[in-house]
Design a protein around this ligand. Structure first.
Ligand code: SF4
Length: 502
């Protein structure tokens, strides 16, 4: 029997250019695991990556039907209001007498019931960690045509039994290497799943159904690495674990051991971890063993905000962790939620002060990401229920799976909106520049990898972003709407002037 795993079309939304909240990094291996599970179950697996596909729905449906699959499985990532594309494809597929159709991933898990009403063409949704559910589904379908009463499978009839998370990650097969990942010399790999944190904005624990981090054995990691290195040329590895390192000495030892394995393959690597899991000694060892990049979700520079989002870290820990990385030669990226729903203007300034102190506002590429992010609310998330209860959700009928919220302080909302418009202008101009330069260079290089591509006055751009942020805070309380708009358009024009138009 044949299964077709599909990445849904995800048109670029410039206002969500750099937002990653619609799918955690770990989702990048979901389709690879689904394909490997299917092969192990004796099915014939096929894969269709429609991520960047701009064909119309009829053309896409024709391609899908031509595969003649018994089971079609969408790895459905939230596409910022473009969900109707899959909705329409499903209608055409059903008219075309396709096989069974299902969906899996973070978005179908969070929005399970609402999504199955929105897209009645779906026969089922694999809710939560999907591998064991898919395994059982495929066995049942091989034996008979029945697929009901499977834990973890939502069939839209109101009966749903959740599935216990996998007790041992050894049950996972080696994932296929497919999709956009394979265009890059970086190989994504997982050494663990889940997180012991409980940040209010995060979906990881909801997806896995627990607040636990599960590790795989180091031996199984080493075997997978060796196996996958034979498949394609790779020159570095990135860990997609929500937090690569755990808390205690044993955990530091484990991270060091894994880094030694990578060193023996001469492979640099990157990872994400909580700030309270690292120290100078550990970072030094990992750097010596080839760590080249690290992502830390520091989120805020203000103790009260850190507590509100339940980050369970302190400003002191953030400073220590950032300094440890900055002295190590490892490239640091940080996640930062500048505009938290209850932020005050004083807290925005506190955030800014810490970012300056930590030298995290020295390049426009980083500065824009520090100064504009606000919390994103997806349907089905904990934040959605909390804001709904407080009457603070701003709903929009055209966006059934996404909402914004009412800020506690109107002035913070005005600053946030002004920074969002500035960031949209920034990303639009950058995108045009990348596009034009790619055409001019005959696609010989991807200038996204150059921090300040030719055609940008980088220092001026960085200064303008910082000045705009501070000016918006300073003047928001004593400028009426018209004056504030004038201030804003002055900065938008100044930003424009940093890009050469020829
Ligand atoms: S530390 Fe990161 S992965 Fe863990 S709950 Fe918080 S945001 Fe999520």
């Amino acid at each position: 029997m044949k299964i077709l795993v599909i990445e849904n079309p995800r048109p670029l939304a410039i206002e969500h250019y750099n937002d990653v909240a619609n799918a955690p990094l770990s989702a990048s291996l979901n389709s690879g695991y689904a394909l490997a599970i299917a092969r192990r179950a004796g099915w014939d697996p096929a894969y269709l990556d429609l991520t960047d596909c701009q064909d119309d729905e009829a053309t896409i449906s024709g391609r899908i039907l031509a595969e003649n699959a018994d089971l079609i499985l969408f790895h459905w990532v939230y596409a910022w209001g473009n969900e109707n594309i899959v909705q329409n494809i499903l209608k055409i597929l059903k008219e075309g007498q396709s096989g069974l159709i299902g969906a899996f991933g973070l978005f179908p898990t969070l929005a399970c019931q609402r999504l199955s009403e929105f897209a009645p063409g779906l026969d089922f949704i694999l809710a939560g960690e999907f591998e064991a559910t898919l395994d059982e589904l495929l066995s049942k379908l091989s034996a008979s045509n029945s697929f009901h009463s499977i834990a973890g499978l939502y069939c839209g009839n109101g009966e749903f039994v959740s599935r216990e998370r996998m007790s041992d990650l050894l049950q996972l097969p080696i994932p296929d290497d497919v999709g956009a990942n394979c265009q890059f010399p970086t190989m994504n790999i997982a050494a663990s799943r889940g997180c012991f944190g409980d940040c209010s904005f995060c979906f990881i624990n909801q997806y896995y159904g627990c607040r636990k981090r599960r590790e795989r054995s180091i031996n199984s990691f080493a075997l997978e690495l060796e196996f996958r290195l034979k498949r394609r040329a790779v020159n570095n590895v990135y860990f997609i674990d929500p937090t690569f390192i755990g808390y205690d000495e044993k955990q530091s030892g484990r991270a060091k051991e894994i880094s030694c394995i990578l060193k023996s393959h001469n492979l640099p690597f990157g990872f994400e971890t909580r700030v309270d899991t690292i120290n100078q000694d550990l970072i030094g060892t990992l750097a010596a063993n080839g760590a080249t990049s690290i992502f830390l979700g520091i989120e805020s520079g203000c103790e009260a905000a850190l507590q509100r989002i339940n980050k369970r870290i302190t400003r002191e820990q953030i400073i220590r962790a950032v300094r440890a990385v900055q002295g190590s030669g490892i490239t640091l990226s940080v996640g930062f939620i500048m505009f938290e729903p209850d932020s005050t203007l004083a807290e925005l300034l506190e955030n800014y002060t810490l970012l300056e102190e930590l030298d995290l506002l020295s390049h426009h590429d980083q500065t824009i990401n520090m100064l504009y992010h606000s919390q994103i609310i997806l349907y089905g998330s904990r934040a959605w229920s909390e804001f709904a209860e407080q009457g603070r959700l701003n709903l929009d009928d055209r966006l059934p799976f996404e909402a914004s919220y009412k800020f506690r302080h109107a002035d913070v909302m005005r600053v946030c909106n002004a920074m969002r418009r500035l960031s949209t202008k920034y990303f639009t101009r950058m995108d045009q520049l990348y596009h034009n330069q790619k055409i001019a260079s005959g696609s010989q290089y991807d200038c996204r990898h150059i921090q300040s591509p030719p055609g940008v006055k980088g220092d001026d751009l960085n200064r303008i972003l910082k000045e705009a942020f501070l000016a918006f805070i300073k003047f928001v309380g004593n400028h009426d709407n018209r004056q504030f708009k004038l201030l804003e358009s002055g900065f938008l024009n100044a930003l424009d002037s940093c890009f050469n138009t020829d």
